[in-house]
Design a protein around this ligand. Structure first.
Ligand SMILES: Cc1cc2nc3c(=O)[nH]c(=O)nc-3n(C[C@H](O)[C@H](O)[C@H](O)COP(=O)(O)OP(=O)(O)OC[C@H]3O[C@@H](n4cnc5c(N)ncnc54)[C@H](O)[C@@H]3O)c2cc1C
Length: 389
């Protein structure tokens, strides 16, 4: 990672800024943040990036990746943050896509990767169950072989955006005889298959992000299994380490801080600005310094991955520290919004839009230390594999 950019990198940064100026604006951002228009606006944004060839920076070039250096990825993320452009949901591009191109067969790659890249196929993640979260290997959703199909019975929970998803990638139990990790398989399941029911769970911010997904004698072709039967834990673990790396949320944190900075720069009636307040400046600087340290750590991990390595215990470290910083940034944003942040949404717009978003992000942000594996569990992983305790 270079502290200064080469002329080629500066030219790339200009190109990214021009692309964002021409393809992303506040109306599109508002539609992405509005639950009613979230899906269509997100697909629209993803397609713009796809058309430019800039949708999957982390993928190998032969599967549709950008072939960027780490510095280019950094420049791209920073430019997105400057204009407040969100990333697209991770379930296809950052989770199941890498599993398919790493462990799937040629037919699965040809069938599923194009829709993930264009955004035409939406995915959700069916790992957690009512009795299996931190102890994921205890999952009980059964898949019983019946000719060329599996018959699935069981329940998944906390399934983010299942209401929008065309497909779910799920861990299912295909064998009960050995250690819990040994009898799990990784299946790709069409959400339109008869027997699947999606029931909403309303989150603390009053919105519908989460669901329970139940499977009642759902028939899934064996051809939709990734890799070997009973080896799903291996593929799931690879995905989890990528997921946790992605969950560090550095680009998101930068976006929150740049929104806070813009809001704090607005003048009060007496001409003063929060931006000039030393207490505010100190709090902002604390978060920014930690964020910069985390960013360099992430770049080091990504460089290892680019050279064929896998993110190991470091992915837990990134998840742990990144989610703590996300919550610190969200708390700052909520505090800065002041009274505007406590206005509950009504049919009519009340107060400053910044206040509404700050409240929603603060509330939903409480979950980031839980999802993707709770932070307590990440500490256990760091203690065991990082510190050898
Ligand atoms: C907003 C949100 C979105 C989610 N989206 C998805 C999704 O799309 N797909 C999906 O499959 N799952 C999803 N999840 C589920 C998530 O992965 C689980 O909630 C998480 O793994 C924790 O599991 P649990 O809820 O069963 O809690 P539990 O495992 O019951 O844990 C309860 C508490 O005990 C602590 N604990 C448990 N075991 C240990 C231990 N060994 N040492 C120390 N402390 C421990 C935990 O840290 C936690 O505080 C989502 C969760 C949330 C909140």
């Amino acid at each position: 990672m270079h502290a200064t950019f080469s002329p080629e990198e500066l030219a790339f940064r200009d190109e990214v800024r021009v692309f964002l100026r021409d393809n992303f604006d506040e109306q599109l951002a508002a539609r992405i943040h509005n639950p009613k228009t979230f899906k269509t606006a997100t697909i629209e944004w993803q397609k713009k990036r796809y058309d430019k060839g800039w949708v999957a920076p982390g993928w190998p070039v032969e599967h549709g990746g950008c072939g960027w250096t780490d510095t280019q990825k950094y420049i791209f993320d920073s430019a997105l943050a400057e204009v407040g452009a969100p990333d697209v949901p991770p379930f296809g591009l950052k989770m199941v896509g890498p599993v398919i191109y790493t462990f799937g067969n040629d037919e699965q790659k040809q069938r599923f990767l194009p829709g993930i890249l264009t955004g035409d196929t939406w995915w959700c993640q069916g790992y957690s169950e009512p009795g299996a979260g931190s102890d994921l290997a205890g999952l009980q959703t059964r898949a019983e072989r019946d000719g060329d199909d599996y018959i699935i019975n069981g329940t998944k929970i906390w399934t983010t955006y299942a209401q929008y998803a065309d497909w779910i990638f799920a861990l299912v139990r295909t064998d009960n005889s050995g250690k819990p990790q040994q009898g799990i398989s990784f299946l790709l399941i069409d959400m339109r298959t008869p027997g699947i029911t999606v029931s909403p769970i309303i989150a603390i911010d009053g919105e519908h992000h989460l669901n329970e997904v139940s499977f009642d004698n759902v028939r899934v072709p064996v051809a939709n299994r990734i890799g070997e039967e009973n080896q799903g834990w291996t593929y799931a673990k690879a995905l989890l380490s990528h997921e946790r790396t992605a969950l560090s949320g550095i680009a998101y944190c930068k976006q929150v801080l740049s929104k806070v900075r813009r809001f704090a720069a607005e003048e009060n009636d007496d001409g003063s600005r929060l931006l000039d307040d030393p207490v505010f400046q100190a709090r902002m600087a604390d978060i920014e310094m930690e964020l910069m340290a985390l960013e360099y750590t992430e770049l080091r991990v990504l460089a290892t991955v680019a050279q064929g390595g896998a993110p190991g215990m470091e992915s837990s470290l990134l998840k742990l520290k990144g989610t703590e910083l996300q919550q610190a940034a969200q708390s700052l944003q909520f505090d800065v919004a002041g009274l505007y942040g406590s206005v509950l949404p009504t049919e009519h717009e009340v107060g400053h839009a910044f206040g509404d978003r700050s409240r929603r992000e603060y509330m939903y942000g409480r979950a980031c230390t839980i999802y993707g594996g709770s932070n307590e569990v990440q500490k256990n992983i760091i203690a065991k594999f990082g510190l050898g305790l």
